[in-house]
Design a protein around this ligand. Structure first.
Ligand code: CU
Length: 337
């Protein structure tokens, strides 16, 4: 049996040098199973899944590949594949999920490629795009069962390990990916985003992630003038927004109000001006795209004298009170817009 012979190769490799053993193990897994690449995905983010068919059914060529999209993975769409016909089944999700354009409660549940002929001694890839919702916690394993049909016979790659069981012990494991947390820039990295604009140092710029469908985003930065000449922050931009403004926030008659600051914000010599949640801030309007925690956005700040300066803004989670996170649900930022 194919499976068994490769396990034997793996075992004989173990006494050799460690890198060689690891290399052999990787080959074994890739050749023995239907595989889904990449093996990691982030919650609340796009996922481009590639089902790799590594062999036929006991030597018979593969004629049909069907992948089941698990609950919590939304908006799945197959990529066309020359020589193969695509069909999908759609249905209701167990609940509504937040996507870019509001809530979605139904979508593609299975994707099937059929009509092609993949010989046993060749490999091929079947691609789909989807979105991993925020229903998964980092560390979760998410199985995408695959049904492989051949001219003779079929293989159901649908086994899921029970807790404590090694997936390698399964005869036909379902392709499985692991959910990992979005990478949020460490404070040490954020510090390196400090930039000089004439006499003004631009410190710790950051943006706040936006909920799906939001049209505005808040941005924050600290400006320190260590020189002799004053300057004014008069504008800002990010590629995702139609325009950027410098705003003030105030409470009038118990109502939170904000407005563009006429003429921008002065940064006088020896002074530090902090744009932060609840006070002066950058406001990005006409958002074309949401801002996702963990990503870094390259934008600009425009000063009256120093001109337009390129700035890298790390994006902190929704509701964050600072670049490192620190979520405070009570201070909702721009939700009154
Ligand atoms: Cu504002």
């Amino acid at each position: 049996m194919f499976d068994r012979s490769f396990r034997a190769v793996c075992l004989t490799a173990v006494p050799f040098a460690l890198p060689f053993a690891l290399y052999s193990a990787a080959i074994t897994e890739a050749q023995a199973h239907a595989v889904l690449q990449p093996k990691e995905a982030t919650p609340n983010a796009a996922y481009r899944g590639v089902v790799q068919i590594m062999h036929g059914c006991e030597g018979a060529p593969t004629t049909r590949v069907s992948v089941t999209i698990p609950e919590g993975v939304i908006g799945a769409k197959p990529m066309p594949k020359p020589g193969w016909e695509i069909t999908t089944t759609k249905g209701a999700y167990a609940k509504a999920y937040q996507s870019f354009h509001g809530k979605v409660s139904e979508g593609v549940k299975t994707i099937t490629w059929s009509g092609g002929k993949l010989p046993d001694d060749q490999v091929d890839e079947f691609t789909f795009f989807a979105r991993v919702s925020d229903a998964f916690e980092p560390g979760a394993a998410v199985a995408f069962p695959v049904q492989q049909d051949c001219e003779h016979g079929s293989i159901a790659w649908n086994e899921v390990p029970v807790p404590g069981q090694d997936a390698h012990a399964l005869k036909s494991p379902a392709p499985t990916i692991r959910i990992v947390a979005a990478k949020v820039e460490a404070p040490a990295q954020a510090a390196t985003t400090n930039v000089k604009a004439g006499d003004v140092t631009i410190q710790a710029p950051w943006l706040r992630a936006t909920p799906g469908g939001a049209k505005v985003a808040g941005g924050y930065v600290t400006l320190v003038n260590t020189g002799a000449a004053d300057d004014r922050l008069i504008g800002a931009s990010i590629p995702q927004a139609g325009r950027g403004e410098v705003h003030s926030m105030s409470i009038e008659d118990g109502v939170m109000k904000m407005a563009p600051v006429a003429g921008g914000v002065a940064v006088e010599p020896g002074k530090t001006v902090a744009l932060k949640p609840g006070g002066l801030h950058l406001m990005f309007l006409d958002l074309k795209d949401g801002l996702k925690a963990g990503e870094t956005v390259t934008g600009t700040l425009t000063f009256e004298k120093a001109g337009t300066i390129t700035v890298r803004f790390p994006v902190a989670p929704i509701g964050a009170q600072g670049p490192g996170g620190g979520v405070d649900a009570a201070a909702g930022g721009h939700q009154h817009h």
